[in-house]
Design a protein around this ligand. Structure first.
Ligand code: AMP
Ligand code: TRP
Length: 436
């Protein structure tokens, strides 16, 4: 599958330091793992060139829109490079051919409710970052979704900007993807109505998220928008003709509904929508990170306590404490106690999945290297801290520049509307609305 050649680790600077050699080896390993990424199909004639360079990352790429340069280094997220995130590796990787994206389109969204947590990052956001180089990618902060539950209007607008800042800090790059706020593109609400008029009460009442949440709060009190929310999500996806939707495992059923709605529409009114597919991490790969205090339930912003959640901005000491206090399973440590068994040993399995998703590898194989819960916890905490550190640094920088973040969102909304308005017009014509 490898479609490129790695060349001359030290060519550019003629550097012979051990640090540089080691970094070059690590980058070669990274490049090998990315073999599926830089195929000849998506990137004809690609060569991965490993060279020595200075500081790069977000700033480095600015002004080089769609340039043929792909970089990896100490600023790059560690799940991407496989390097220790704080290892100040003075190297970069350059493809000599233009990284042509596949013609597929990706869309995903995240609600601006609360600070994102490690579950969001591992289950969804790191894939968003990865996909922006492979596909035509649209990502939105879904503020209309946040209206489905009670909330404070002032908090919502701040949280929307904060979430967009987080997404940029995670590595979304406005030159490589379209980042926007859902309510800035009015077509989302309009297509929702058309889709609602072809969805049934029965199919929405079967959504487990609605059933779970209303079993606690009562159906009577639930907002109509909360009941209908999966249709808004379907509109988000269908407006952009998305082929792939990177989400965590909890969204699987909503994706199925989206597919059903699109297929039914196409049959009733003629070919209008692309049928999307969910892109969910493989089992054990971070698709469902569990609450550290309650490992049979997913890590969730709506959990009653913060003790089982690692937030992306948590201080290293806080992360260490939360992971140390994570619930492990009842059998005593010793040979065989650390094993991958999500049903029988949910606490330990969750820590293994965290470690696997953060550092690469399979949870069952990682388990073989541990006998004590303590060491497993220490390693999981360290991996989380090291992954989040560069992201936290970037967040703090970007949070000082709210006007730049808003400018990114404004430009994103314009780009998103171009696509969304065409799809909405097609849908309006198909369902028989008189053209304006
Ligand atoms: P939300 O915070 O509900 O808007 O979710 C944003 C994205 O994160 C969605 O794609 C979810 O599927 C994903 N996600 C949320 N919680 C988790 C979790 N505990 N593990 C993995 N993915 C998650
Ligand atoms: N419903 C998703 C969640 O709660 C968020 C979301 C809204 C979404 N619209 C979307 C995800 C479109 C993917 C695609 O996590």
């Amino acid at each position: 599958m490898a479609a490129f050649a790695c060349t001359c680790p030290n060519e550019q600077a003629g550097c012979t330091t051990a640090e540089c050699d080691q970094a070059a080896q690590q980058l070669r390993a990274w490049a090998a793992r990315c073999a599926g990424f830089f195929t000849q199909e998506t990137n004809p004639g690609a060569r991965v060139h490993i060279g020595r360079g200075g500081r790069f990352g977000h700033g480095y790429r600015r002004g080089r829109a769609r340039s043929p340069v792909v970089t990896a280094g100490y600023n790059a997220p560690s799940y991407w490079t496989g390097l220790a995130p704080r290892a100040r590796v003075p190297c970069f990787v350059v493809t000599t051919a233009k990284t042509a994206k596949s013609t597929k389109t990706v869309l995903s969204g995240i609600q601006p409710t609360g600070e994102p947590h490690l579950g969001n990052y591992l289950g969804a956001l790191r894939w968003w970052v990865d996909f922006q180089d492979r596909y035509d990618a649209f990502y939105c902060v879904v503020d209309l979704h946040a209206l489905t539950v009670p909330g404070d209007p002032e908090v919502l607008s701040k949280a929307t900007l904060t979430m967009a800042t987080f997404l940029l800090a995670c590595g979304l790059d406005p030159e490589r993807c379209t980042l926007f706020v859902q309510s800035h593109v009015h077509e989302h609400a309009e297509l929702t109505w058309l889709l609602e008029c072809s969805a049934s009460m029965g199919e929405l009442a079967r959504m487990t998220q609605f059933k779970d949440k209303t079993s606690k709060g009562g159906e009577e009190a639930a907002r109509l928008g909360f009941f209908a929310y999966p249709v808004l999500m379907a509109a988000d996806i269908l407006l952009y003709n998305a082929d792939l939707v990177p989400v965590g495992d909890d969204q699987r059923q909503h994706l199925e509904l989206t597919r059903d709605l699109a297929q039914r529409w196409n049959t009733r009114y003629g070919e209008t929508f692309t049928i999307p597919e969910a892109a969910i991490a493989p089992a054990g790969g971070g698709a469902r990170i569990m609450d550290l205090q309650d490992p049979v339930h997913k890590m969730s912003k709506s959990s009653g306590s913060d003790a089982g959640l690692i937030f992306l901005l948590d201080d290293p000491k806080v992360i260490e404490r939360k992971v140390k206090r994570a619930v492990t399973d009842l059998d005593p440590p010793g040979p065989g106690a650390v094993r991958w068994d999500p049903k029988g040993k949910p606490g330990v399995s969750n820590l293994l999945e965290l470690l696997a998703a953060l550092k690469g590898g399979k949870p069952a194989e990682i388990a073989a290297g541990y006998e004590s819960y303590g060491r497993l916890k220490a390693d999981a905490a360290e991996a989380a801290i090291e992954t989040l550190r560069p992201l936290q640094d970037r967040y703090r920088e970007l949070a000082q520049e709210p006007a730049s973040v808003r400018a990114v969102l404004a430009e994103g909304a314009v780009r998103a509307s171009e696509v969304a308005s065409r799809t909405l017009e097609r849908a309006q014509a198909a369902i028989g609305l008189l053209p304006f």
